[in-house]
Design a protein around this ligand. Structure first.
Ligand SMILES: [Zn+2]
Length: 327
């Protein structure tokens, strides 16, 4: 019996045969990174392997520090006899599933992923594998996303209503991923679009690295209420830093499917727009992998595992993948 292709260690998922880590939690010599969000990509690793489009994100986040090696989707890299390839995860720019193959055994680490439209992330590619490690951020049956077009119609109607009532529209969105996705998805009649300074930082970094993003203005202390009369502002937080007067903030997130979360926003409104799979897409994806074993992480592990058991699948929380090596 050979050791499993991946093990869970204190530093995160480790491939002993290839001697590399996936989205490591601690400082390690070699890191393979699924995507640029801070709960997956951390500074201080010896070397990074990731998709080409993740490099500007990581360089911006780590202030240029790090050694980065980029792969295209479907390109293969052999490390100590283990073949690594990255495949579209559909989550944010540069996001990838990591496929690992050795001795005819294939493991796939999903990272974060979704099956809905994202102009900056190529569509998720289902991969057949022996073992699939899936996220489960929204792994409950209550999470069932509306169609993106329907959500964008809701945003449009809300913005129009706000103009009539002389209220400034602000959409709260995560600065990496959601903010850029919104820029592409917002109806072209909405404008100008303003970015809060902390959203603008990532926008400028991506644009200056050659990534094509729609035009937007940057919100500053001198931006006036009059300039924002027909605008839509994308902001990371709830705070109204510039004291602009009557403003409504509505969050764009999968969590807005939960009423109690919606009610925390100033408008009592939220838009159900997620960069993660909902419950039906999670299980459709697991089925498509035809994996013999599924490990579940990052969310509702127990609920997803219980459901998979009921369906007759071999499934475990990722924490059960033994800690075989202390780093
Ligand atoms: Zn993410």
């Amino acid at each position: 019996v050979r050791a499993p292709l991946l093990q869970l260690t204190e530093a995160g998922l480790y491939c002993p045969r290839g001697d590399f880590y996936i989205d490591p939690l601690k400082t390690v010599p070699r890191a393979v990174i699924t995507h640029g969000h801070s709960d997956h990509a951390r500074p201080g690793m010896g070397a990074y392997l990731c998709h080409h489009d993740s490099i500007p994100v990581l360089q911006h986040r780590f202030r240029g520090r790090g050694i980065f090696d980029g792969l295209a989707y479907n390109e293969r890299r052999v490390v100590n006899g283990v073949t690594i390839s990255l495949h579209p995860a559909g989550h944010i720019i540069g996001s990838a599933q990591i496929r690992i193959e050795a001795d005819d055994e294939v493991w796939v680490v999903s990272g974060d992923y979704k099956r809905q439209l994202d102009p900056l992330a190529p569509a998720f590619e289902p991969l057949r594998c022996n073992v699939f490690i899936t996220e489960s951020t929204f792994g409950l049956p209550i999470f069932h996303w509306p169609h993106v077009d329907e959500v964008m119609h809701q945003v449009h109607a809300w913005w129009q209503g706000n103009i009539q009532r002389d209220v400034i529209s602000m959409v709260q969105a995560y600065p990496l991923g959601k903010a850029q996705r919104l820029l592409f998805l917002l109806d072209r009649s909405i404008g100008p679009i303003y970015l809060h300074a902390s959203v603008a930082e990532m926008y400028v970094a991506l644009r200056s690295s050659g990534i094509n993003l729609p035009d937007a203005e940057i919100l500053t202390a001198s931006t006036t209420r009059e300039q924002l009369r027909t605008a839509l502002v994308i902001t990371p937080g709830m705070s109204d830093a510039f004291n602009l007067g009557a403003t409504e903030i509505a969050m764009a997130s999968g969590w807005m499917a939960v009423r109690s979360m919606r009610q925390r926003s100033s408008s009592g409104l939220g838009f159900v727009l997620s960069d993660h799979v909902d419950w039906p897409d999670l299980h459709r994806t697991i089925d498509e992998t035809q994996a013999e074993t599924v490990y579940v992480t990052h969310g509702y592990e127990d609920d997803v595992v219980r459901y998979l058991h009921e369906q007759g699948n071999d499934a475990h929380p990722l924490a059960h993948l033994s800690i075989a090596r202390r780093y």
